[in-house]
Design a protein around this ligand. Structure first.
Ligand code: FAD
Length: 319
């Protein structure tokens, strides 16, 4: 046992910590070594207790939700990995023409969307096909076309790295395209309150169908991946001049640039630029996090050289 594992065993064994847990099979990318300490948190209170323990004992920790937007180091993760499955759901008060629905951050996004539609609410339909948990979706402000999930958020409850629990308003969350305050604040999202309009089931299911068909047509859904590896990039006068078909869009599709540069199908070891969606990397078998890094560097260099554009990661590295 490592010194950390001994400490955890001694002090918080009631939280059922597990040691040297392999993470690869949990991740959509099928990449990742072992977590030194792994704690499944199925309640908000358990998350708070682990975070406060980490603060007190000065232990580093990482958050894993659905593991669909991460590259986990093949060398494994030191410290404590919290896996979130806190999935309570409550219909709260009405606010104007909307109803506040409160949900634990570990609720699976697809199941939550289904539940809100079944309960007669509208607003989350386009996110049914986003893998992972709702806290992960809020963390990165999940998108479908120009729609952003943060538009539906009223408040978010977090625990800070110092163990303080507080509520944040939508404005405080600083939601933008592929961005929220949580990227830099490192607060852990506990609960999310969505403000949802009364819905019509038939219309909602039509929206779900539309988004599901579109995803199946454009994304390599059957292959292990971490979703879009790269974010779309800000559209610039230079890009607009070269590719006027995207004029009027504020975000320029990185997949188009990668495809135009002839990088579809490019491989490093077991990691490949998807043939179906050039911003996706897929794992063809035994890909490693090092190979992801090498392929990403190669794609970035080529796009910079060809178009003067700097690609940025949409995925999050856990290492
Ligand atoms: C096939 C495929 C299709 C996808 N399609 C879309 C799409 O259409 N739109 C879209 O926006 N994304 C898409 N994604 C990306 C991904 O599914 C989303 O970003 C998703 O919301 C991530 O949620 P997760 O639970 O898997 O987060 P994880 O991958 O587990 O975590 C992602 C990051 O969020 C942090 N995090 C997670 N939960 C919390 C929390 N409660 N508090 C603090 N930090 C937290 C983690 O530490 C990590 O840094 C797709 C991915 C795949 C594999």
């Amino acid at each position: 046992m490592s010194p950390l594992q001994e400490l955890v065993q001694q002090k918080i064994s009631h939280l059922n910590p597990q040691f040297d847990v392999s993470l690869a099979d949990m991740s959509y990318f099928k990449i990742g070594g072992a977590a030194e300490v792994f704690i499944e948190c199925d309640t908000r209170e358990k998350i708070i207790e682990v975070v406060q323990f980490c603060h007190l004992e000065k232990i580093e920790f990482r958050i894993l939700a659905g593991a669909s937007n991460v590259v986990i180091s093949s060398a494994g993760l030191p410290g404590i990995t919290l896996s979130l499955s806190n999935a309570d759901y409550q219909i709260k008060q009405n606010e104007g023409d909307k109803t506040v629905v409160q949900v634990g951050s570990g609720y699976k996004t697809a199941l939550l969307v289904r539940k809100t539609i079944d309960d007669g609410f509208a607003g989350l339909e386009y996110y049914l096909g986003v893998p992972g948990k709702i806290g992960g979706a809020v963390f990165n402000n999940a998108h479908y076309d120009a729609h952003l999930i943060g538009e539906n958020v009223a408040q978010v409850e977090v625990v800070t790295r110092e163990g303080e629990v507080k509520w944040l308003t939508q404005a405080e969350c600083d939601f933008r395209y592929d961005h929220s305050r949580f990227h830099s604040s490192k607060e852990v999202i506990l609960l999310i309150q969505f403000a949802l309009k009364k819905g019509d089931r038939v219309t909602s299911m039509q929206m779900v169908k539309e988004a599901t068909i579109r995803r199946a047509q454009t994304q390599p859904l059957g292959e292990p991946s971490s979703g879009c590896y790269f974010k779309n990039v800000p559209n610039t006068p230079e890009l607009m001049q070269k590719f006027p078909q995207f004029n009027g869009r504020t975000e320029f599709p990185s997949a188009f640039l990668i495809d135009t540069a002839g990088l579809k199908g490019k491989e490093v070891g077991g990691i490949k630029v998807s043939e179906k969606h050039a911003a996706f990397f897929v794992n063809t078998g035994n890909g490693t996090s090092d190979e992801v890094k090498q392929l990403a560097n190669m794609v970035k260099a080529k796009i910079k050289e060809s178009f003067g554009v700097e690609l940025k990661e949409e995925v999050f590295w856990l290492e």
